[in-house]
Design a protein around this ligand. Structure first.
Ligand code: SF4
Length: 203
């Protein structure tokens, strides 16, 4: 599947506010790339899994749409974007002074020059070691009490000054939120990340 290409199977593009992590609240253009075989039970974009139902979109067309917005932040998410080679896309963004932010599970080979890398590890898809020194942000999704221990085990791998976030999985967020708050009070290296776009009713 991986090859140097000038188009990507884009599921959707939209201009909104980043809802999660360090850049929460900033305007950004989102590019959701289709294709993912990680199979998380809590995935809220299962319609992104099958790349074959989404047409290849030329990266020049995406760039044109980005440049029509006032933001210079682009969030590439998925699906799993690293199923594809992002060298050309990132180079085009950089040439136009656009900051490129990546959201990934870290399970596929890293390509492209990114201004910000957010890795959100998934239990059934180990993070590749090349992400450990490069991630700016580690986002652990908390679905159950057992996930705190797993979050700790992941955090020791990341060597760059990497921001550490615990984010409640949306469907159990009411139940997990008090546990996360209590956990961070005892382990303040972590911060909480909320899917604030869902509270704001924006994409
Ligand atoms: Fe969904 Fe992301 Fe998990 Fe893929 S890695 S199944 S896109 S949550």
């Amino acid at each position: 599947m991986k090859d140097k290409n000038l188009s990507l199977p884009v599921m959707e593009e939209f201009y909104s506010l980043q809802g999660e992590g360090y850049h929460t609240g900033e305007a950004a253009y989102f590019v959701r790339v289709a294709g993912c075989d990680v199979g998380c039970h809590f995935c809220d974009v299962k319609e992104s899994w099958d790349a074959s139902v989404h047409n290849p979109t030329p990266i020049n067309d995406i760039l044109e749409r980005i440049l029509q917005t006032p933001t210079r932040n682009v969030v590439v998410t998925g699906g799993e974007p690293m199923l594809y080679d992002f060298t050309e896309f990132c180079a085009a963004l950089r040439k136009n002074n656009i900051r490129a932010f990546l959201e990934t599970s870290g399970s596929e080979k890293l390509t492209g020059e990114w201004d910000w890398i957010c890795v959100s590890p998934k239990r059934n898809a180990p993070v590749r070691p090349e992400f450990f020194p490069k991630a700016d942000e580690l986002k652990m999704i908390i679905c159950s009490k057992e996930d705190f221990q797993w979050a700790e085990e992941n955090s020791i791998n990341f060597s760059k000054p990497c921001l550490l976030y615990l984010q409640p999985e949306w469907s159990v967020s009411k139940k997990m939120m008090p546990l996360i708050v209590e956990y961070i009070l005892h382990a303040p290296k972590w911060k909480i990340s909320l899917q604030s776009h869902k509270y704001m009713n924006i994409p």
